[in-house]
Design a protein around this ligand. Sequence first.
Ligand code: PLP
Length: 398
Amino acid sequence: MSDIFQKTKSLFDLPDGILYLDGNSLGPLPIAAAARVEAVMKAEWGQMLITGWNKAGWMAQPNAVGDRLARLIGAQSGHVVVGDTLSIKVYQALDAALQLRPDRKVILSDSGNFPSDLYIAQGLIQALNQGHELRLVAPEDLHNHITEEVAVTLITQVDYRTGRLHDMCSITETAHQNGALCIWDLAHSAGAIEVELAKAKADFAVGCTYKYLNGGPGSPGFIYVAPHLIDNIEPTLSGWLGHAAPFAFAQGYEPGNGIDRMRVGTPPVLALASLEAALDVWDMVDMAELRAQSIALSQLFIAEIENKCPMLKLGSPRDPNKRGSQVAFHFQEGYAAMQALIERGVIGDFRAPDTMRFGFTPLYIDQQDVRAATDIIADVMQNRLWDADAYKIRAAVT
Ligand SMILES: *Cc1c(COP(=O)(O)O)cnc(C)c1O
């Protein structure tokens, strides 16, 4: 293993005494991001005022950042654009896919999908009012339900609770054999595993940048559309910045060129500045190397926990090739146990009803950190340190 990860670790601002195993929910602060945002605020916003849109290239940022993201997800530049939030990007991809399959009414997803993706599908079905159906099946049965009724599969590649990893190539192939389109949600894939969108012939992909990619809280989502589809899409979220000529201020909408039409409104310039600093770290990283290191870390974690904490039951696939970069353990009092861990500096999170979730992020977590974390977890579990009233009061965000 190269020492690239020692280098990347030094580029993050991690509080002393914290073992951060929650980069799958919110990545930590890249040290350079604070200065970058300050520079954009003072030198660009402060001094350039409105001329920053041209002079500082703010208007081109969503495409420029999309191009930098493209390498991490196996896309070519020009096919990814950044903006809005992931939920909005799900809406756009689903709306586009349904337009491309007007004779089909089924949206196929799995019961492990993240609720926001399902809620967006439900809302879109209501808005379209054309008799579409959201069909949810067990993740392991997905393949068998890809039939000629299906317009589009809406699948999150890595399950947010269990870390279970869907095989993008084989599902996409089956979908295409049945005349269906595929949308891949990469929320827990981008920056976590190797993704090859172009090789897998994915039709659409969407994701967020504040999880493994470390863009910062509320940093924007992204969307990929396969180049052979984009020109046939008439966006329903037809905002002015997806228009062919926004500054012509014409009254009628005309979709922009290529992926530009998936833009909606004004780019979040400050958030993009922070994301750019995060991508400077990613520029050093080879995704195959990252994946190998992520597997080494999660395997070590599982072995140590199973050795020391028999009361915790593995909730993730045991085979690392069937798992993303996070590990779940079931424990009845998982919420209280996680609060006790957080108080001792091991930060993971809890997902109802009983899942304790830990993310492994080689950019700033190494084997020594994993060993230190498992020692603390063993202490909390073996000595029932979680069994205190204060740890059982649920906060708004778990
Ligand atoms: C994190 C996550 C979201 C969150 O969407 P936002 O619009 O960014 O809040 C949506 N879908 C999946 C699969 C996620 O993991």
